[in-house]
Design a binder for this molecule. Structure first.
Ligand code: FAD
Length: 403
């Protein structure tokens, strides 16, 4: 096969940076690429560049556990995530690329009566917003996954809140699909181009300093996920964000076992199964601040314990790989898509554990904000000043829960 893999044409160009653009997007992850794509396609904008310090898709968009859902409770969140899920449902047709969008369903397990009350309330909010939800009793869950640990004295499974429209998407194909679609519409995707400073004159952005020289811009949008605090410091901003590592895990390939996504409601563990058969799972963040894209053993142990508590059958399964990505943890678990005090400088970040599912809506809403200087109707709550005014969107249970 290797001898046959010759003469492949690159899917996007590798342009030299121009001296000036109308729009510069900093960060070639899912959110940055989606922003550039929608700026060109939906908002008719041109002269756009995406500057990526490494390679496209090398950040969290290619490191996450691929779960999508819109099972939120609060008004500030649910319409946005439902908008995102609707965009996922049409994404492959829209950018004409196979991203393996699979609405295989997600279920959050219930272990206590209080949790059932809380999940019932959330399910009602989801139904009100058209997201769809089902409350399953213990027997219904057991019929689907008989090998789960139902009778454990500490964490008995009492039911689940399911969102049948949730599921998984092949994460790096999302980056490639948006990149190809943006490139086809004239966006310059510039890799190995790190933003090292910002040129700001009289309160207005003039462009960015990079390791490839100064690049001028009328508008600059920053979407660098775990590096948000570092990049926005170039504009003199200190963000309500901390950076932590989140790890992910994949096991050796197994026969089909899990056809949906399951989250453990009594600890930090969630799991799905890839099409190759590997169990893909994760848990909590590493507890200290870090910019390293790898984690440490205590969390690996904690996640393995969570997995064993829920599915004792995996005790002999071998772990194949672990890896990590840098999370931009906001202080209320919800993101920020907003203008800044610098005219022409916009910020998108604070996605915590859950920004992959947000990728299409985040790109769309950020493009809307940058093109029209007005927030998209589903993203009006994602403002910086909510921390100042005490209007937190405090949905850590969903917004900051892994996956
Ligand atoms: P990234 O892909 O990280 O993009 C940011 C880019 O900015 C990077 O490519 C980086 O190199 C670049 N950059 C940084 N600094 C500079 C600079 N100075 N100049 C130029 N470029 C720069 N979310 C879900 O919804 N579902 C999940 O199941 C899920 N699981 C996860 C599991 C793990 C292990 C991890 C790590 C994350 C998970 N997430 C999940 C979260 C999700 O992956 C992120 O919230 C989301 O991908 C962040 O947006 P992004 O794709 O734009 O980030």
């Amino acid at each position: 096969a290797l001898t046959g893999h010759k003469g492949w044409k690159p899917v996007w160009r590798d342009p030299e940076p121009q001296s000036e653009y109308d729009y510069i997007i900093v960060g070639g992850g899912g959110h940055g690429l989606a922003t550039a794509y929608y700026l060109a396609k939906e908002f008719g904008q041109a002269r756009i560049a995406v500057l990526e310090k490494g390679y496209l898709g090398g950040g969290n968009v290619g490191r996450n556990t691929t779960i999508i859902r819109s099972n939120y409770l609060l008004d500030g969140n649910e319409p946005f995530y439902e908008f995102s899920l609707k965009l996922w449902e049409g994404l492959e047709q829209d950018f004409n690329y196979n991203a393996m969008v699979s609405q295989r369903g997600i279920m959050n397990l219930i272990h206590t009566d209080a949790q059932r009350d809380a999940f019932t309330r959330r399910g009602n909010a989801m139904i009100m917003h058209g997201a769809g939800a089902r409350l399953l009793n213990r027997d219904e869950v057991r019929a689907m996954y008989p090998w789960l640990n139902f009778d454990d004295a500490r964490f008995p499974i009492k039911g689940a809140l399911a969102q049948p429209r949730g599921g998984t998407v092949r994460h790096d194909a999302v980056a490639w699909g948006y990149a190809r679609g943006a490139d086809m519409r004239g966006v310059d995707l510039i890799q190995n181009c790190e933003v090292t400073g910002m040129r700001i004159e009289n309160g207005r952005i003039k462009g960015v300093e990079t390791n490839r020289g100064f690049i001028g811009a009328k508008k600059v949008g920053v979407a660098v996920a775990g590096s948000s605090s570092k990049v926005m410091a170039h504009a003199g901003m200190r963000l309500p964000i901390e950076s932590h590592v989140l790890q992910a895990f994949v096991s050796e390939g197994l026969k089909p076992l899990i056809d949906g996504v399951i989250t453990f409601g009594a600890g930090h563990f969630y799991v799905s199964q890839s099409d190759k058969g590997g169990l893909v799972f994760g848990g909590d963040i590493d507890g200290y601040n870090s910019y390293a894209q790898r984690g440490n053993l205590p969390v690996i142990e904690d996640v393995a314990e969570g997995g064993m508590a829920l599915m004792p059958a995996i005790g002999r399964v071998r772990l194949l790989r672990t890896w990590g990505g840098i999370m931009d943890m906001s202080m209320d678990g919800s993101p920020i898509i907003d203008r800044t005090h610098v005219e022409g400088l916009y910020f998108n970040g604070g996605w915590c554990y859950g920004g992959f599912k947000a990728t299409p809506a985040s790109g769309w809403c950020f493009a809307h904000l940058m093109a029209k200087d007005a927030p998209h109707p589903t993203a009006t709550a994602y403002r910086f000043d909510r921390f100042l005014k005490g209007r937190m969107i405090d949905e850590k249970g969903q917004g900051a829960q892994p996956n």
